[in-house]
Design a protein around this ligand. Structure first.
Ligand SMILES: Nc1ncnc2c1ncn2[C@@H]1O[C@H](COP(=O)(O)OP(=O)(O)OP(=O)(O)O)[C@@H](O)[C@H]1O
Length: 934
């Protein structure tokens, strides 16, 4: 019984894009035209018919919205598929209780012209097979047993998550594939054993696209091309089915049409939903879609119940077939008999012509048929040998065996094609990964090249630097040499300066010495003027001498008493003189001590002077060092200053103390001198007295003159002796005094000198001045450094010119020139050799560095490759695991068949019962991990 494809149309409201593009609604739908009931198709499928519902339309027209709905869990917005599923289970519940149902669900998509199992996405290129028992089916597609709508929803949620969608200008979530949900319902009458099975294809097609509108590019564009190509193939199939002329229907032109072969002109009750946009913006597409629907509407399908007969029915059928066979055999035999008569040239009267009716009525017996001739070759049975309920592919009529053979061969070829495709895809992937790898290596190579270039430039920079440094070092060594020479010159100059300084100092010393002498003389004169004692002594002496002379002249003038007293006086004088002598001794001792002290002081002074000299030298040396270092100048100066201050203070203190001591000694001496002068005065007075007494005596007692004369002579001699001694002592004392005074003057002058020197040092060590000096010296040094080369060059030029002049005069220029050139060349060669050695060393080190870097790179590459390989292995492993345990972890319920009993009872399959039942239904076996057809 033929049945036309039902076509319904759904218009969605205008979307924001259409409104933005100025689209306006181009149709009106009345209230009654808004509802669609698809319960009939559900009943058909549960009754054993195949059914198909598919949505067709341009992209964004609402196909997915129609088929799946906005929300599968929302009663109001869920689409046709969940509603149909729900109705299927409602129908099962409503069915008689002697009917047992099983429901299986598969979910696939055709993406980029490859069949991909959405419940086991690793299977992304499944082959399409066809055989007599199953018709067209996808080999290896997972089928999940479900027991309720919820189970189906779960499966669908799972599968929908694996669908390929992408955003286009026309749809934020555009399906890039045709998705097909297959629900297989098997019904078994437990009373009769009769079974029926119906397949429901719920198809959400990918939308046809105008690339200009969708803005597809890259992968999306590739997808669009494939989508449009398969939709064109669908259109061609529909055209072929409906134009009434085509003998061939191109189902095999696309995977979509091949899978939907039964739905289009075959064993299926099909409903096509046309999804359209109401907007003028998509007017052309809407019209085209509507035309597609119109054409599809005229496709005639031949749906039949897919029944598995019960044993009784099969027996009856067998009996019937056997009877028919006997009849046909008799008919054939009768016909063959007739044919043989005709062939032998005889004529068979018309009333004897063999007909089926006559055979059925028994007019021709089997025995008579058996005696007839065998059938002629090329004889073909008029009985249709194939089940023509399914569209014949290929169109040419084939023998049953041939057709089976053809399908078998086709299946094999399909497997091979799929295998090749998978292989191709694998190779493409490999190619992609290799390309990626190659790109990576290219990048690496680029980076390495860049690095190499960098390193090369670095190397050349380093070489340049090396050359520069070696050149600079050479220059520096020359500079050092010239500086050394300059230094030596300066040292010599310094020596000369020192010498001249010493000379000047000596001259100055001499001048100072003469000045000193003068000053000394002046001072001495001044001091000595204070010591005018000798005149007094001389006076006394003169008086004594006069008295003596007088005594000599008037020898008898003294009395005995006078003489005694004179003697007494003389004795006293003698004692006094002795005392004075002692005092003089003491003074001499003191003088010695003072002299010693003086020498000590002189030594100390000399030491101080030496210290000063050393200090001065040290200061100069330090200054020189400071000039070189220009560091810690202030500190050094401060230290130096403080040192000098301390030294000066201590020196000053010592000298002050010494002066004080000398002054006190001088005072003491002055006191001594005063005492001595007093004693002299006393002595003078005593002498006077003595003279007086002597003069008196000379008048009164002229007797015993000779004795007295003798005594007097002795006394005179003694006194003269004493006087001589005294004079000597006086002279010595005066010398001593003079020496001391000289010393004092010298010390005072030395003190002045030291002070002056100290002031000089202070002036020299003055911070500001020192800093200025330092700055000056620094400037000098800088200038010296700056002009060093020039100076050196000038010096060299000068020396060279001098040498040339000298040599020229000696007429040895050419030879010397050669020698010079030779030596300079030798030097250059030596420098070049050294440079070369250094450069080679540097190159070697850089090469080793480069080698290291390359090694590192190779190592990294190897590491990366190993990592990549490991990742690949892991990926491969994961894929294998996934394919071995296909997506069932989330779909555990699908591993075992869930028979449902009509009336709403779920068949309670206890393990043992189930085993018993499974003996009858191999597809329900517990070990049935993947119910896909193999
Ligand atoms: N009847 C409708 N009422 C309200 N909105 C709708 C309707 N039909 C579709 N839409 C909305 O239009 C947009 C596109 O719908 P959908 O994704 O179903 O289109 P499609 O035909 O499947 O597109 P494609 O072929 O690109 O996959 C969605 O946002 C959807 O919610």
């Amino acid at each position: 019984m033929s049945n036309n494809i039902k076509v319904v149309c759904r218009f969605r409201p205008q979307n924001s894009l259409e409104i933005r593009e100025g689209g306006v609604p181009i149709l009106e739908i009345d209230d009654e035209g808004t509802q669609l009931h698809l319960k009939t198709i559900v009943d058909d499928v549960t009754a054993g018919y195949n059914g198909t519902v598919f949505a067709y339309g341009q992209t964004g027209s609402g196909k997915t919205f129609t088929m799946m709905g906005a929300d599968i869990d929302d009663e109001n917005t869920r689409g046709i598929i969940p509603r149909i599923i729900s109705q299927i289970f409602d129908s099962i519940i409503a069915a008689p209780s002697n009917l047992e149902f099983t429901v299986k669900v598969s979910y696939m998509e055709i993406y980029m012209e490859k069949v991909r199992d959405l419940l086991n996405p690793s299977m992304d290129n499944l082959p399409i097979h066809e055989d007599k028992a199953h018709g067209v089916y996808v080999k290896g597609l997972m089928e999940v047993y479900v027991g309720s709508s919820e189970d189906v929803y779960k499966v669908m949620r799972n599968g929908s998550g694996n669908r390929v969608v992408a955003a286009t200008n026309m749809n934020a979530e555009s399906s890039r594939s045709h998705s097909i949900v297959v629900v297989t319902i098997t019904q078994k009458n437990i009373d009769t054993g009769a079974a029926k099975s119906g397949k429901l294809y719920l198809v959400d097609l990918a939308g046809s696209e105008k690339v200009g509108k969708t803005g597809a590019s890259g992968q999306t564009l590739e997808e669009a091309k494939k989508i449009n190509k398969s939709l064109t193939a669908l259109g061609m199939v529909i055209n072929s089915l409906t134009d009434g002329k085509s003998s061939h229907v191109p189902y095999r032109d696309s995977k979509l049409t091949r899978i939907l072969q039964e739905s289009l002109g075959g064993n299926s009750r099909t409903t096509l939903i046309i999804n359209c946009s109401p907007s003028s913006y998509n007017e052309a597409e809407t019209l085209s879609t509507l035309r597609f629907g119109m054409r599809a509407k005229s496709i005639k399908n031949k749906a039949k119940v897919n029944a598995d007969l019960s044993p009784a029915e099969l027996k009856a059928l067998l009996k019937k077939v056997k009877t028919e066979t006997v009849t046909f055999r008799a008919y054939i035999t009768a016909l063959e008999g007739e044919v043989s008569i005709w062939r032998s040239g005889n004529v068979v009267p018309e009333d004897r012509w063999v007909t089926m009716d006559k055979v059925t009525r028994g007019e021709f017996t089997t025995s008579s048929a058996a005696s007839s001739l065998p059938p002629a070759s090329g004889f073909k049975s008029p009985i249709p040998l194939d089940d023509l309920s399914r569209p014949a592919t290929p169109a040419i009529v084939l023998e049953k065996d041939e057709r089976e053979e053809f399908l078998k061969r086709e299946n094999e070829l399909m497997d091979q094609i799929t295998e090749k495709e998978s292989e191709l895809a694998h190779h493409e992937k490999l190619l992609d990964s290799l390309k990626e790898e190659m790109n990576y290596y290219k990048e690496q190579e680029l980076s390495v090249t860049q690095e190499n270039q960098l390193m090369t430039s670095e190397l050349s920079n380093l070489r340049l630097q090396l050359q520069k440094i070696s050149y600079e070092s050479k220059e520096n060594s020359i500079t050092v040499d010239s500086l050394k020479e300059a230094n030596q010159e300066l040292i010599a100059e310094l020596e000369e300066l020192k010498k001249s300084l010493i000379e000047m100092r000596n001259a100055q010393k001499e001048v100072v010495h003469s000045d000193k002498e003068k000053k000394k003389a002046e001072k001495m004169a001044q001091i000595m003027s204070n010591f005018d004692v000798p005149s007094e002594i001389n006076e006394k002496e003169r008086q004594i001498r006069d008295a003596l002379v007088k005594l000599e002249l008037d020898g008898n003038g003294l009395t005995a008493e006078e003489l005694v007293s004179l003697k007494k006086d003389l004795t006293e004088s003698h004692i006094l003189v002795e005392q004075h002598t002692k005092t003089i001794d003491l003074l001499t001792e003191e003088k010695t001590t003072i002299q010693k002290k003086k020498s000590d002081l002189e030594t100390r002074f000399a030491t101080l002077e030496q210290d000063y000299e050393e200090l001065l030298d040290k200061t100069i040396a330090e200054e020189e060092a400071q000039v070189q270092k220009t560091e810690n100048i202030a500190e050094t100066i401060t230290t130096l200053k403080s040192k000098l201050e301390t030294q000066y203070a201590s020196k000053k203190e010592n000298q002050q103390r010494e002066i004080e001591e000398l002054r006190s000694e001088l005072e003491k001496k002055t006191n001594d001198h005063t005492t001595l002068s007093n004693a002299m005065n006393d002595l003078k007075a005593a002498n006077d007295k003595l003279q007086t007494a002597l003069s008196d005596q000379s008048f009164r007692e002229p007797t015993d003159i000779s004795e007295k004369e003798k005594d007097l002579e002795r006394m005179r001699k003694t006194m003269a002796q004493q006087l001589a001694d005294f004079e000597m002592m006086k002279k010595a004392l005066m010398r001593d005094l003079q020496g001391r005074c000289e010393k004092v003057v010298e010390l005072e002058m030395s003190l002045d000198e030291t002070r002056e020197q100290y002031n000089n040092i202070l002036r020299a060590s003055n911070n500001k001045a020192q800093q200025k000096k330092m700055a000056f010296l620094e400037r000098n040094l800088e200038q010296l450094t700056n002009v060093q080369k020039q100076v050196n060059i000038y010096i060299y030029i000068y020396i060279y010119i001098c040498i040339i002049i000298i040599l020229y005069t000696k007429k040895k220029l050419p030879f010397i020139k050669l020698v010079e050139q030779n030596s300079s060349l030798k030097k250059e060669v030596a420098v070049a050799e050294r440079k070369l050695i250094a450069r080679n060393e540097r190159i070697q080190s850089l090469e080793s560095l480069l080698g290291d870097a390359q090694e590192k790179l190779i190592h990294q590459n190897q590491k990366f490759e190993a990592q990549l390989q490991a990742v690949r292995d892991r990926l491969e492993q994961a894929r294998t695991q996934k394919s071995n345990q296909p997506a069932l972890s989330s779909l555990n319920f699908g591993r075992i068949a869930k028979p449902l009993r009509g009336g709403g009872n779920v068949v309670n399959v206890e393990p043992s019962d189930a085993d018993n039942k499974r003996e009858k239904r191999s597809s329900w076996m517990p070990g049935f991990m993947n119910s896909a057809r193999q």
